[in-house]
Design a protein around this ligand. Structure first.
Ligand code: UDX
Length: 436
């Protein structure tokens, strides 16, 4: 099938490469020449396990190419819109200007029978509005909404083998055709009995934001319990294990620590709240304000914990920060709790040396004033305190002997990912968010 993917950022680049991997003939389109040049050379513009391999193999097979020329979308039957919907500057609402611009630019290139498929996360009501825009095209074309649930670090795996497919389709006679085209796109996943839910536009849009709102709520729930645990001497990790055995609750996404960041959860819950207010339903989603507040409080607490551990003042103290990415297996530092804490400690006068296996270049771009170290050994040499802020596998596996060059023996675990007994047994002062 001939497919175009408009927007080659995180979502689009992965989607384009995966669609080609599944055997489709794909053109990826973006207005950013540098991004297109990098992708055309087989280089992923961000760190994502497995992506370079499928980019290279799909491009070698001739099934995948990248361009800045929207006219090259004209042969495609299905066009995925995968541009960003960032948070508006100074507001909570989503900025839809890229989505609007992408659909508008695509209109003159649509052929008869084409299907435009929205993948970007948008406020409910957007698809109905864009469907009118698509209907104004000079040909007979339709719009569908097909949200994406991929996780960074597992993006290729999640796109090739999604846990469900959601098709938001028009209520018109074009409905069956839209479903048939999407079934053709996702034939491989459907052959594996992937659940497929056909909905209206509004439901499809809401599935995405409500899923993210639920996940964010789950994390903030356990982080609120961590606050209570800290005050009462309880252990939040044992609490999570114990409540997680109830299958109605489930243990996944109950890891307490520095909280959620990244390009999705924080902005999506804010945009969802803003949309609720626009709909006159502010009270229905007001709890998301609390979810956000609990999440941001974890960062304050981490800074406070560091201050406490260092005798009440961080000024002039050497602090090693292990982890800058918002989560492991990613170089993404958008709204990263780890990077935020590192920056705040430096602002308070600490001498921070930060490291990360992948996210130093991305961190340097937004915070060039921070000091970075290439290795754990370099970051921790002479450190008065060591902070683990992203739970990379190699940090979880650290042994006290690996930090022999540190000046102090204080380790602060921002992700509850270290073995307390191992560190305390070796004479270290171990402190964490939510463990005694
Ligand atoms: C999320 C959703 O999971 C995905 O379905 C959606 O498509 C995009 O947003 P992503 O942002 O890639 O994906 O990462 P995710 O694994 O969900 O983690 C988000 C944040 O929550 C990270 O900062 C992570 O460290 C944090 N987190 C996650 C916790 O603090 N505790 C947990 O138990 C799980």
């Amino acid at each position: 099938m001939k497919i175009s993917v408009i927007g080659c950022g995180y979502l689009g680049a992965v989607h384009a490469a995966c669609m080609a991997e599944l055997g489709h003939d794909v053109v990826g389109i973006d207005v950013d020449q540098a991004k297109i040049d990098a992708l055309s050379a087989g280089t992923a513009p961000f760190f994502e396990p497995g992506l370079p391999e499928i980019l290279t193999s799909s491009m070698a097979s001739g099934r995948l190419r990248f361009t800045t020329d929207m006219a090259e979308a004209q042969d495609a039957q299905v066009h995925f819109i995968a541009v960003g919907t960032p948070q508006k500057k100074g507001e909570y609402a989503a900025d839809l200007s890229y989505v609007n611009a992408a659909v508008t630019a695509l209109l003159p290139h649509l052929r008869d029978g084409a299907l435009v498929v929205g993948k970007s996360t948008v406020p409910v009501g957007t698809a109905a509005r864009l469907a009118e825009l698509v209907a104004s095209a000079p040909v007979d074309a339709e719009l569908a909404w097909n949200p994406e649930f991929l996780r960074e670090g597992f993006a290729v795996q999640d796109t090739l083998g999604p846990d469900r497919l959601v098709y938001g389709v028009p209520a018109t006679e074009a409905r069956d055709r839209a479903i048939a085209l999407l079934d053709e796109v996702y034939a491989t996943a459907l052959a594996r009995d992937t659940p497929r839910l056909v909905t209206d536009y509004a439901t499809a849009e809401l599935v995405k934001v409500s899923a993210n709102a639920f996940l964010a709520t789950k994390i903030s729930f356990i982080n609120a319990m961590a606050e209570i645990a800290e005050a009462t001497g309880a252990d939040v990790t044992q609490l999570a294990d114990a409540i997680g055995h109830d299958v109605r609750i489930g243990r996944r996404f109950l890891n307490s620590g520095l909280g959620f960041g990244g390009g999705c959860l924080p902005k999506d819950i804010r945009a969802f709240r803003a949309r609720g207010e626009e709909l006159g339903l502010g009270s229905s989603l007001a709890f998301l304000g609390e979810v956000d507040a609990i999440n941001l409080r974890r960062r304050d607490r981490m800074v406070e914990l560091t201050r406490e551990a260092l005798g009440g003042d961080v000024t002039g103290k050497r602090v090693a920060v292990l982890g800058l990415a918002f989560k492991p297996d990613s170089d993404d530092v958008r709204d990263s709790p780890a990077l935020d804490v590192a920056r705040r400690l430096q602002d308070e006068g600490a001498i921070v040396l930060a490291t990360d296996p992948e996210a130093i270049p991305t961190s340097q771009r937004v915070h060039p004033e921070l000091h970075y170290a290439e290795t754990v050994a370099e970051a921790t040499t002479g450190a008065d305190a060591v902070l683990v802020l992203t739970e990379w596998k190699q940090y979880r596996a650290l042994e006290p002997a690996d930090l022999a060059g540190a000046a102090g023996t204080i380790i602060l675990d921002g992700r509850n990912c270290l073995d307390v007994d191992r560190w305390r047994g070796a004479g270290w002062t171990y402190r964490s968010l939510g463990r005694p």
